[in-house]
Design a protein. Structure first.
Length: 286
């Protein structure tokens, strides 16, 4: 669920297990709010739409498709993901919220779906977790879209939580240790999103890019910092280090300090956090 670059099995005793449930708690309403602003650009959407939610995870995109379309009478959604555990949570939500959706286990690089099937496709918080910047996956998504079909993707132009993690990693690990999620900052530039969609098959004049602010509400700073470090701290090619266990509290303290300096950081009544993110949104028509 957290895309580790190493196969090392060691984890510090304080690290929370990176389950889909932990992911949902960590992101709070951020992924749903990201999906909401992404889908908002996908007009027209009507109740006869056939949606692909690719890399659907635990269902943030699907929840917003349903909310956006409103009348779900003849709406069809296929949620595809490679992660079995995430799909289990997705299926529970399908049952709980009565979504007109089916969970399909599949790889975005070889979709188990027929050509020209979907009127819409959404890949939210998706391309940047894939190899080759997601180009092969975009080719597959292009293949299964109908001519005239609309696809929406996003990347982060600004996140408040990556720098704190990387500062904590730098200050608590030996010099030269690879940084967790190093190299993600290339996605800040919307030109990368445009290039990936063009290489995936979309015409350059049928791609629209915008930048949108996304507010997220999550838990208390103590819980947030501990979830964040647990989820991301061990994901570089170096994995977790033995020293991370006795440096755990120091890393958490640094994350809290750095996070509280981030643009848009707010502690709400009751102790919850509000964080500001900025997304690049791309809408492309086949
Ligand atoms: C950051 S999560 C985003 C999940 C969801 N779209 C959301 O907005 O919360 C990325 C998702 O992509 C899935 N994923 C990664 N590689 C994939 C692949 N090759 N094919 C399908 N899904 C993949 C992961 O399992 C994960 O659920």
């Amino acid at each position: 669920m957290n895309n580790p670059e190493s196969n090392k099995t060691y984890t510090p005793k304080q690290a929370l297990v990176p389950t889909p449930q932990l992911y949902d708690e960590l992101v709070g309403d951020c992924m749903e709010n990201l999906a909401k602003v992404t889908i908002a650009g996908m007009v027209p959407t009507d109740s006869n739409s056939v949606f692909l939610d690719i890399g659907c995870g635990t269902g943030a995109g699907t929840a917003e498709i349903v909310a956006h379309v409103g009348d779900t009478h003849s709406l069809i959604i296929k949620g595809v993901d490679i992660d079995k555990q995430a799909l289990e949570v997705y299926r529970q939500k399908v049952a709980e919220y009565n979504w007109p959706a089916e969970a399909i286990k599949g790889d975005a690089h070889d979709l188990p779906l027929t050509d020209s099937t979907f009127s819409h496709a959404i890949g939210t918080a998706f391309l940047f977790v894939l190899p080759n910047d997601g180009v092969p996956a975009v080719k597959e998504i292009y293949r299964v879209l109908k001519p005239g079909g609309v696809a929406a993707f996003n990347s982060w132009a600004y996140v408040p939580n990556m720098q704190p993690i990387q500062i904590a990693a730098n200050l608590t690990r030996p010099e030269g240790t690879p940084l967790p999620r190093g190299g993600m900052d290339k996605w800040e530039n919307p030109d990368l999103l445009r290039r990936v969609l063009e290489e995936g098959g979309f015409d350059e004049d049928k791609i629209t890019l915008t930048k949108v602010e996304v507010q997220a509400t999550t838990t208390t700073i103590d819980r947030y910092a501990s979830m964040l470090w647990s989820f991301i701290g061990g994901t570089s090619a170096a994995g977790w280090l033995d020293s991370d266990e006795f440096k755990w509290d120091e890393a958490i303290k640094i994350i809290k300090q750095e996070l509280s300096k981030s643009d848009g950081y707010k502690e709400l009544e009751g102790g919850k956090l509000q964080l500001k993110f900025i997304a690049n949104i791309a809408i492309a028509i086949k």
